[in-house]
Unconditional design. Structure first.
Length: 676
């Protein structure tokens, strides 16, 4: 097989490694050199300039929705072409099911960000964070936080274990946020990342300059960063420390997100018995985490905790299962566990395993390695290994050393407090799981250990069929953890986008804030609608355009008719004495829903027209009771417009109901869908 040259992609061109700078990449399965990568010929400053001057402006011209649509198209394109990635991925030791976690998981992350971007972010270049703050007595000076994309580059340095997901889980929020990226995968598996980047670039879907790739070292790239750039690193704590303590990064306050190693744990609840479904579930989770990706997962279970009387049954069950795991050629469909990424990685894992033996006893499953369809010496194969630590309070190393391979230690705990104290001795982890059918146990573990963990995963007989697994970071939920896990946060839906966004407090008059945020706010100019706004198309409506309706008096008959028609005969509407005794009401009052119904009757224009549907209302507040004899009128104001597809968009209307004394009695936001 010819040795692949793994190229970098810079300034719109593929650049091959120079002979002198090339680093060899070995097949995890055969040990042969299959590729070489190196970045000797790259001009890092030009790459940064290209991203900042070409990619960034092109992305920032687009709205969040435009960028979300691109993510969806890229995800679809990768999905249609993923088979070639699976093929390459075998050379990293990954089985097909490992690759699905990496490749399909990465594509799925793009899809989720595409969808969240359209649903949760505005079709605008800015994003409003929180409500308007009243900063003055008369309302002429207000404040709001706005979010705009950073003007720099996302520098993404990734670990070897997920060459595709590791890139896409960072790329999705970066591009959605409007920031270009330079990706630097780990050399050991960068040939898979390169193939994925080629697919993306060849699709022509991304604007020029928004994605570049470095295979090999980063040279002095970090020295050239500014506070508008963001470094997002995944890898060992040791490399993270070295990179984040770079004096230039510190001096220039360049944001640095670190996702490091982690000693994740799983607890078997004290309520579980050996014949309960939770016992088998626990064993399944442990064995899956130890063997998927040959244990090379940042979230894999490294410490297994069981009540004292269940340690031995758990050891026996885990051992039986591990002994039946078929290890071998990852391309063989029957293989359950492939190889580690390289001989060097296996050597590192074995070294840590030897150190663990000072505190824990290696148990039977560690005997012998049978490899099917591949050479057990040339390939980086190893058997899963389990250690029993009888005294976890005295132990130090099992709470400190990460063996990034198929290795875990099992230990007893006395009660939940003890289990939590052991969990927390990991010094900050990505995830802890608890397998229990008792909600009190789940709560005690969450409260006792959440502060030291980025994610708590609870599973039992109810959720086990649909749960996604202890080790799966999901794009909707935070991934990261405090302390030794790096203190970083990634994913978590739109939270992950916010790393690439600057939040800025904007202060000024309501008109200024409305214009900057492209959203009408109370106190800013209202333009009296000449024609009824429901007769205007989406594009004809202007922010601040307002309809003020006629007034309508509420009678006692209206209240009674509404009460009997709907069945809502609550005493505040029907019984004068009882209503008076209530501190909120002067006597019988109109139903809030009656006011909303009358409001619709006042502002609606009944003929077929550009308004297709009322899709909801939000932020409803009833502020003052309305009694029989009072009258209400409606002020309907165009607040925000968001295109939804080629044909129509959502209009949000500020609705204010006032009484005969011009006092506000209710406010809400009405949502309609209007044709263009
Ligand atoms: P690593 O050796 O620390 O390398 C991580 C990345 O840093 C690689 O791309 C590596 O590139 C790069 N790197 C190393 N030295 C560098 C330098 N001086 N300047 C710039 N970049 C440099 O980690 P790994 O062996 O790839 O990954 C395994 C570790 O990652 C484990 O500890 C695991 O727990 C952790 N991990 C954490 C997460 C998470 O989300 N928290 C996810 C996956 C893995 P080269 O390969 O070219 O050296």
């Amino acid at each position: 097989m010819p040795v692949l040259d793994v190229a970098s992609f810079a300034l719109g061109k593929w650049i091959h490694p120079t002979q002198d700078a090339a680093r060899p990449i070995e097949s995890a399965v055969t040990g042969e050199i299959i590729a070489r990568a190196g970045s000797g010929a790259l001009d890092y400053q030009s790459m940064l300039d290209h991203a900042r001057n070409v990619g960034g402006p092109a992305l920032r011209k687009m709205t969040f929705h435009d960028r979300a649509r691109i993510l969806k198209a890229v995800a679809t394109h990768l999905n249609d072409n993923k088979n070639e990635l699976y093929e390459l991925s075998y050379t990293t030791g990954a089985t097909l099911s490992d690759s699905k976690i990496d490749i399909d998981g990465g594509i799925g992350t793009l899809f989720v960000y595409a969808s969240k971007g359209r649903r949760e972010l505005p079709d605008s270049t800015t994003y409003l964070d929180g409500d308007v703050e009243q900063l003055s007595r008369h309302g002429t000076f207000v404040g709001q936080h706005i979010c705009t994309p950073k003007l720099g580059v996302g520098i993404q340095i990734n670990a070897f274990n997920f060459p595709v997901w590791g890139m896409l889980e960072k790329l999705a929020p970066t591009l959605l946020g409007g920031v270009p990226a330079i990706v630097k995968p780990a050399t050991a598996t960068c040939h898979v990342t390169e193939a994925c980047v080629r697919l993306i670039i060849d699709s022509g879907l991304l604007p020029e300059g928004s994605l570049q790739l470095i295979t090999g070292g980063v040279g002095d790239l970090l020295e050239r960063l500014t506070p508008q750039d963001v470094v997002s690193f995944t890898g060992s704590a040791q490399t993270a420390l070295k990179l984040k303590s770079n004096p230039h990064l510190l001096k220039s306050a360049v944001p640095f997100i670190a996702e490091q190693d982690s000693l994740n744990s799983s607890i078997l609840g004290p309520d579980v018995t050996v014949d309960a479904p939770e016992f088998d579930l626990f064993i399944d989770e442990v064995v899956r985490e130890m063997t998927t990706k040959a244990g090379q997962k940042c979230t894999a279970i490294r410490r297994i905790m069981a009540p004292e009387h269940l340690v031995q049954p758990a050891i026996e069950a885990i051992e039986t299962r591990l002994n039946s795991v078929r290890i071998g050629d990852p391309a063989d469909a029957d293989t359950q566990m492939g190889a580690l990424v390289s001989q060097a990685q296996r050597h590192d894992v074995m070294t840590v395993a030897t150190q663990l033996e000072d505190e824990a006893r290696a148990i039977g499953a560690n005997n012998g390695l049978k490899v099917h369809g591949a050479d057990s010496v040339a390939g980086a194969f190893m058997a899963p290994m389990i250690y029993h630590c009888a005294d976890p309070d005295k132990a130090e190393l099992i709470h400190k050393l990460e063996a990034f391979g198929p290795i875990a230690s099992i230990m007893p705990y006395r009660d939940i407090d003890h289990a939590c104290s052991l969990l927390n001795r990991g010094g900050g982890s990505l995830v802890a799981s608890v397998i229990t059918h008792d909600p009190n146990v789940a709560r005690q573990v969450a409260v006792g250990s959440a502060a030291w963990h980025g994610r708590i995963y609870v599973n039992d007989r109810v959720s086990m069929k649909e749960s996604t697994g202890h080790g799966s970071p999901l794009p909707h939920m935070l991934h990261g953890g405090p302390g030794r896990a790096g203190g970083g946060e990634e994913l978590g839906g739109i939270r992950g986008v916010m790393h690439y966004i600057q939040r800025t407090a904007i202060q000024g008059s309501p008109d200024m804030i409305s214009a900057i945020g492209e959203t009408w706010i109370p106190g800013s100019a209202q333009v009296t609608a000449k024609a009824h706004p429901f007769t205007k198309t989406f594009h004809e409506l202007v922010l601040g355009e307002t309809l003020v309706t006629e007034a309508r008096e509420i009678s006692i008959e209206d209240i009674e008719t509404f009460a009997h028609f709907t069945g809502d005969t609550f005493y505040a509407h029907m019984d004068e004495e009882a209503a008076k005794a209530n501190p909120f009401f002067p006597g019988r009052v109109a139903h809030g829903y009656l006011l909303l119904s009358f409001a619709a009757g006042l502002f609606v224009q009944p003929d077929p027209g550009p308004v297709l549907a009322n899709t909801g209302l939000s932020d409803l507040n009833f502020q003052k009771p309305v009694s029989a004899g009072d009258s209400i009128r409606v002020h309907l104001t165009v607040k925000r417009k968001t295109p939804r597809n080629e044909d129509y968009g959502e209009v949000r209307w500020n609705v204010e109901l006032t009484n005969q004394d011009d006092e506000t009695v209710a406010t809400y936001t009405l949502h309609t869908m209007n044709v263009f």
